[in-house]
Write a protein that binds this ligand. Sequence first.
Ligand SMILES: [Zn+2]
Length: 431
Amino acid sequence: MTSPNGSTTNLSADPAAIRRSFDHTWATLSPIGRDRVSGGYNRFPFTAVDLSLREWFTAEATKRGLDVEVDRNGNQWAWWGTPTSGAVATGSHLDSVPGGGAFDGPLGVVSSFLALDALRAAGVTPVRPLVIINFFEEEGSRFGLACLGSRLMTGQTNPDTARALTDNDGISLADAADAAGIRAQDMGHDADALAKIGVFVELHVEQGKNLVDQNASVGVASAIWPHGRWRFTFTGEGNHAGTTALVDRRDPMLPFATTILAARSIAETHDAVSTFGRVRVDPNGTNAIPARVDAWLDTRAADEASVSGVVRDLSAEASAAGTAHGVEVEVSQESWTPVIDFHRPLRDRLVATLDTAGISAPVLPTGAGHDAGILSNAVPTAMLFVRNPTGVSHSPREYAEEVDCVDGVIALAAVLTDLLTSPAETVTAGQ
Ligand SMILES: [Zn+2]
C-alpha cells in the first residue's frame, strides 16, 4: 500500500482473521449492561456496569501490552508506544443511552483494538505513538450533558457546572465520580492530555442511511449538523375536566398539540428535522385541565440558518395558537451547538488513503453529536462511519453487518498506518 505522501507500508489486512477476532472481542463485550428482556443496553457512567466496561477496556489493552492511563476527567487511554505529545489518537465511547444499541460507541473502541492488531500483523513501524481512548459519558444519559469527557478535557464545559450536575436520583456527578475512584475536584481543562493528541480519528456506526443509499460499507464524515434544544412553555389555567365548559377553558395542551404538528411541517419546509421527545404536564391528572405544559424541541439541519428558521417560524405558530386559546407561550434556548466542519485536509487525506487501499468511501454529514466534534475545536479530527442497514440508532435495533464491521477495521487500519508512518508536518498540514 502506498500512502498519499508516497511512503510505502505493507499493510495487507486478512479479513478472515479480523472477522474471527471481531467475533471473539464483540462476544466478550456484548453481555455487559444488556437488558435481558429488551436486548437494549444501559451503560451509564460511574455504575457497576461502567466499572465492568472499564475493566474490559483495560483487559483488552493489557493483553496487547498497552499501558492504560485514566486522565483527570475519567477518560481511559491505552498507549502503543511511549505517551508523548502529538500522538495519533483513535477510539470512541462505551456508554449508552437508556435502552441503547450495541454499536453506538463500542464499535469504534473494538475496531481500534482490532486495527492495532492488523497494524502489528502487517509489521507497521510507527514513527509516533498510537493511543486508543474510551471517552467518559458521551451520551449524557446519566447527568444530562453529552460528550462530558471531551468537553471537560478541552475546557468547553466549566468543571464546577459539571460537578453540580445530578442524575435522576439526585446524586451529583461529583459524588458519583468520587465513589468510583475518580477525583471530581481534579476535573476540568486538561491541556497536558490534549497536547498528547496530534490527530484524532473516531470510527462510529452511522446513525442514518446515507451509506445504504450510496451502497458503501464505509464513509468519511464531512460535518456535524448544527443542533439545539429549546423549551416551549405553555401556561394556561388548571381546572376541572368535568365542570369547566369548553368555551371557558384556557387549556395549554391545545396550542401545544398545534405546535407539535407545526414542528413537523415547518421542519419539512426548512429541510430540517424537529422533534418534541420530552414533555412535562402540570398537574398531569386524568381529570384535570393542565395548568402548564413544558415541552423540549430538538432541531437540527445542515446549516444554522435552517435551524434558526424552524425555531423562528415555530415560535410564531406556537404564539398564535396560544393567543387563540388564551394561553401564554414562552420559548427559551437551552443548548446550541454550531455546525462542525471536520478538518478538511485530514478528511481529504483519509479519502485518498482509503482509495489507495481499494475502499471507496463517500463523504457525508451527520446529524448526531460525537466526541470527535468536540475535539475538532482543538485538534485535527476526522471520523469514519460504518454502514447501518436500517439507519436506526439509540435503540436495540441499531445494527451493522459483520462484513461491514470488518471493512471498518480495515479502513481504520489503513488510515492509522498512514498517520503513524508519515512525517508530523504532513499529518497536520493545512490545519
Ligand atoms: Zn456515539
